[in-house]
Design a protein around this ligand. Structure first.
Ligand SMILES: Cc1cc2nc3c(=O)[nH]c(=O)nc-3n(C[C@H](O)[C@H](O)[C@H](O)COP(=O)(O)OP(=O)(O)OC[C@H]3O[C@@H](n4cnc5c(N)ncnc54)[C@H](O)[C@@H]3O)c2cc1C
Length: 479
């Protein structure tokens, strides 16, 4: 049998169910990657994300080549392109790992139907998550809407049926001889070439996991909140493109606990629970696909966003460019613009600031994040934006409004993170770093940072903005 393995969000050889099954069941395989031309043209993602994906593909191409297998690429609308390649290679069966984004689900359903009409075998696999939505359900059989209940059920499920890991197929099937032109560059895909600060590919993901589990994970509970520290795994881009599986990460983390030595159980479990958060948002997207179009739940008392117009555009531009006059917000947005990544604590602060202080619709922030994040993922991005906007699955009554200054003082007390992304503040003394607008005039001149010219005045007064938000909310409840 000749099988085609359609790689999508699973750019790796280890623990890859579709690849393993194809290698077991077929004499010959055609590994395929399709560049989704309409998606690339839509510029939903940014250069750093596309560049990272190309790096992962290059790593996969090399690993397959070492096994004597050629990774084939095509460019076009994915449905037609896959069907054409299937015809061209005369394959009997097509293998892929499932994707749960609504657009991908619709695409895959069409491909599956058309292949079935042609009498070809289609084999799809669970891979992107440890447990699919219907595997983690409450007593009523309904999907969970609260993370804590979902997490408890998720762990019960793991304890009763922990999924095994698949090794790299040891004798992969022979590759069908195919002509493959040179792989496109990021510029040829219509994007800019930007320096990669995080190494793409499967080998890099596995090395990063090992490094993280050796030390940083054992102080994760405190370390994960400090943006100046390398205290988190930074594996999110790898999970986005599937250069490592979540199964591998959970098994490896649990193994560190059984090794003895200096391990911290609460820290390791807190980190694994973040992986469960990721799955929680995946299942929210699967069970409630309307979240991509609007709020998960319409909650009474949420103030309407600021109306469209020049004032809204001015405030939004200042947020995007990191010119709000709030150092923690500006550092976060500049980190995002420069590197394609932002620390989770700071993501929460900038999101709250956009929605609650500036009263700009959360979807504008969600879109901007997708266009700039290296780890941009519909489920995680949407779920977190809705959480920050108080429209999502958050169990909290009322609103959560972050105070950017207090967050900055608490989580970056010495201002190391602020100074590394906002160079205007480099010489501002720590005493003033969180609220530089309070610096006396003579101090501003002395340190070479004049507020209003070298660094902006705060674009809104947080205390007033917060009160306005709460007052608008009350009016809405009472009308
Ligand atoms: C407004 C906003 C938007 C976000 N957009 C995205 C996004 O597009 N893609 C994305 O992967 N994450 C997103 N996150 C979640 C989180 O910020 C990142 O997953 C995390 O910062 C990645 O860093 P890490 O790999 O070092 O995480 P670690 O702290 O090492 O955590 C391990 C893994 O757990 C998962 N995880 C951690 N926190 C969360 C969370 N809050 N929600 C879901 N999964 C989580 C990630 O897969 C992460 O790689 C967003 C958070 C906010 C507040």
């Amino acid at each position: 049998m000749r099988g085609l393995v359609w790689f999508r969000r699973d750019l790796r050889l280890h623990d890859n169910p579709a690849l393993s099954a194809a290698c077991k069941e077929c004499k010959e395989i055609v590994p395929l990657f399709v560049f989704d031309e309409p998606l690339l043209a839509s510029q939903v993602f940014g250069s750093v994300c596309v560049g990272f994906m190309l790096g992962c593909l290059e790593d996969l191409r090399r690993s397959l080549a070492e096994q004597g297998v050629t990774l084939v690429w095509r460019m076009g609308e994915p449905i037609d392109t896959v069907l054409r390649t299937v015809q061209e290679c005369a394959v009997d069966a097509v293998y892929w790992n499932r994707d749960y984004e609504p657009a991908a689900v619709a695409r895959d359903r069409t491909v599956q139907q058309r292949l079935a009409q042609q009498g070809r075998l289609v084999r799809t696999f669970k891979d992107h998550v440890v447990f699919e939505a219907e595997e983690v359900r409450g007593l009523t059989g309904d999907p969970f809407q609260r993370y804590s209940a979902y997490r408890d059920r998720w762990w019960t499920q793991w304890r009763s049926a922990a999924p095994p890991l698949l090794s790299v197929p040891s004798s992969p099937a022979a590759s069908t001889a195919m002509k493959v032109s040179a792989w496109p560059t990021v510029q040829e895909l219509g994007y800019e070439s930007v320096p990669m600060w995080i190494e793409p590919g499967e080998q890099a993901a596995r090395a990063r996991l090992q490094w993280f589990l050796k030390k940083p994970v054992h102080s994760y509970v405190s370390g994960r909140n400090l943006p100046a520290q390398d205290g988190t795994s930074k594996l999110s881009p790898h999970l986005r493109f599937g250069t490592i599986s979540t199964r591998t990460m959970v098994h490896a983390a649990l193994q560190t606990l059984s090794k003895g030595g200096q391990v911290s159980r609460p820290d390791v479990f807190t980190w694994m629970d973040e992986l469960v958060w990721r799955e929680f948002f995946q299942q929210v997207l699967m069970a409630f696909p309307h979240v991509t179009e609007g709020p998960f739940k319409v909650k009474p008392g949420l103030p309407a966003p600021r109306p469209a117009g020049p004032e809204r555009d001015r405030l939004f531009a200042a947020w995007c460019e990191g010119r709000t006059g709030y150092p923690i917000v500006d550092a976060g947005m500049r980190q995002l613009n420069q590197t394609g990544w932002m620390h989770n604590r700071v993501r929460m602060v900038v999101a709250s600031f956009l929605v609650k202080d500036l009263r700009i619709d959360w979807q504008s922030g969600e879109r901007y994040f997708m266009q700039h994040l290296v780890d941009g993922d519909v489920a995680a991005n949407n779920g977190n934006w809705q959480w920050c906007a108080s429209t999502g699955t958050d169990a909290m009554q009322g609103y959560r409004i972050f105070n950017p200054t207090l967050q900055s003082e608490k989580f970056d007390p010495d201002g190391h993170y602020l100074r590394s992304y906002v160079p205007e503040l480099t010489s501002v003394p720590t005493k003033w770093i969180h609220e530089p607008q309070l610096m006396p005039q003579e101090e501003q001149i002395r340190v070479g940072c004049r507020i209003g010219s070298d660094y902006p005045e705060p674009i809104v007064n947080h205390r007033q903005a917060r009160q306005e938000y709460l007052d608008l909310g009350k009016q809405k409840v009472s009308t």
